[in-house]
Design a protein around this ligand. Sequence first.
Ligand SMILES: Cc1cc2nc3c(=O)[nH]c(=O)nc-3n(C[C@H](O)[C@H](O)[C@H](O)COP(=O)(O)OP(=O)(O)OC[C@H]3O[C@@H](n4cnc5c(N)ncnc54)[C@H](O)[C@@H]3O)c2cc1C
Length: 469
Amino acid sequence: MISRNPVDREARILILGAGPGGLSAAHFLSRHGFKNVTVFEKLGRVGGMCRSVTEDNQSFDLGAIFVSSAYREVLRMARCVGAELERFEGATAFVYDETSQSARYHDLLPYVMGGSSLSAFCRFTGLCLRYLWKRYRIRKIFRRPGWAGIDAHPALCVTFAEWLDHNGLEDLNRLFEIPVTTFGYGFLDEIPAPYVLRYMGIRTFLAMLFSSAPFARLLPSFLVAQRFRYGFQRFWERVAWDLNIRLNVDVKKIERREEGIFVKYTHPMQMLGDEVSHAEEHARFDYLIVACPLLLEELESFLDLTEEERWFQSKTRFIPYAVASFEIADLVLPMPVAFHLPLPSFDQPMIIAQQHRENELMAFYARLASSEPTAADELRLRENIERYIGALGGRINEQDDWHSYDAWLYFKHVGVEEFSRRYFDRWEEAQGKNRTFFVGGLFDFDYVEGIVRYSRYLVEQHFAGRAGS
Ligand SMILES: Cc1cc2nc3c(=O)[nH]c(=O)nc-3n(C[C@H](O)[C@H](O)[C@H](O)COP(=O)(O)OP(=O)(O)OC[C@H]3O[C@@H](n4cnc5c(N)ncnc54)[C@H](O)[C@@H]3O)c2cc1C
């Protein structure tokens, strides 16, 4: 691995976006002694899709929740800032019958195993061991963050459904639909295999299996899923304490010239009654790190994209994924998480989560039909939630106005073709051109550990002048 010349520790570095990508890049820059790092965040909070709320002194995650013992970088940062984790275990499934408009719970394991007999169990265990063995054999490919060189492994440059098929593992489809499709990463015949294989490494695969097993409580924490006790967003807030973050910044224009990066932006200056007045500012930086997964049109509305950058961005896709939360009366889920299985179609909740069993607040996760989410999608989702909740015996507590709705353009990714066409090698070669770098899920996989690992790699490679770990 080539090591580059280190960047001057006094360089002025601007990071756009205070989600996991931007904050981890700022954190690693600070650890390497960079003193002039500024993060501009569009919203009034940090964390991006790690969004948490607190109600009745209990924290709820309405975006990212899970961490496994494979999240080595995230766990290291958590220890560094003193953020506590707790176990998150127990899952069930429910089925909704359209004809009778009734719903009932069913066990998750017999569903994913394809039966509850001893022979189904033995067959399923054999398939899981086979997956673990296959994954173990290709572990070296996934050691390095990012995807440079992935085209040298044509057997991986297929959809995940094809990969399962080629490896005699097609009967694990139902199992993988849970952490992939219900978690917003698309159907197994859409998502390129490398993404799932990176995400479902041995530890995360075991944590996923064991967290929903009836004996989960007996297992040590490193074998089950965990969450931040005060929420994922609070963890990022704690990381942000040591960084220079400017919130509510609206970037109007960025021009990249030989002499530097010139930025025009506005920020709230003062409030008179309900009126907020904004000040316009100009600033100059030496380097830019883009850490906000935006659509091409959004990005080019303020950034002078080059032809090559426009081409990279034009290949990317998103999945529209929404999270709504309501207070639900007269219903306690048997487990903190209930999956809607078999999988429903768009605009219907695929997951219901009741993170604290004694609290009525529940979150509903759904893939949306439209790639540009509208108010009609929100309404359709609410109607479906009402139907399922009604069928399970509960109702939306209308007296309480606690409600949230976020429609994310989630999982920035490319199709399988790009994996075999050196798309990521070209990106790696382009990092640093025009004093600009890009971080975030696109460059690894859209989960927090992958993003943090890539940020560290980028900082070590391009700023600290070291070969990445
Ligand atoms: C419902 C849901 C559940 C999830 N569950 C998990 C999980 O359990 N475990 C896990 O590891 N991952 C999970 N994820 C994925 C994880 O949240 C994302 O991978 C991660 O948040 C992406 O980080 P990012 O920094 O690339 O982007 P983001 O989180 O989107 O952050 C980007 C930031 O940039 C800001 N921004 C946008 N435009 C601008 C601009 N013009 N100027 C300045 N700032 C801007 C945004 O406001 C945002 O704060 C989940 C995601 C969702 C949506």
